[in-house]
Design a protein around this ligand. Sequence first.
Ligand SMILES: [Mn+2]
Length: 205
Amino acid sequence: MAAELMSGRIAQMERTTSESQVRVRMNLDGTGTSNINTTVPFYDHMLTALAKHSLIDLDIEAEGDTHIDVHHTVEDTAIVLGEVLRTALGDKRGIRRFGEATVPLDEALAHAVVDVSGRPYLVHSGEPEGQQYHLIGGHFTGSMTRHVFEAVTYHAGICLHMRVLGGRDPHHIVEAQFKAFARALREAVESDPRTDDIPSTKGAL
Ligand SMILES: [Mn+2]
């Protein structure tokens, strides 16, 4: 089922496959309130941080075949998150469109740049060698971080440049990225008080 716009910039979607069942509700003009249960604790921690630091309200319920691996549930949640984000943005009238943030978490530092361009694109670099193999919290594979950003950007139709500039602790390296994404996204989707135009010379995004 496709994501639906409820009112204003509130959207929701429910998606069921043989591997997972995911429900996401989002309010772009929120306060960062969230209620998140994906059954994957570290991912819940990251999505809670995403809501908190983007000021986007997020309700997420997901369950899936985590007895096989958390991969399907994590990826499918990111797909639905992207679809709901695209729908909540509507015609993108009056938004800032671009956002940028550099966020530390102790020794880790991540730089994120978002363009709500209507074109899916991800550039992801800088994770230290071996990060992708770490099992964070005993269940979240480091490789899933890029995979989540791929799914969100592709389904939301946004461009994200994510660069890890430093870091040693695998948990910090992932969390700095989610917080940087949150701050950059907050700025990009925020309404610009100076204009009510669609921020593109093409007149459409
Ligand atoms: Mn943490």
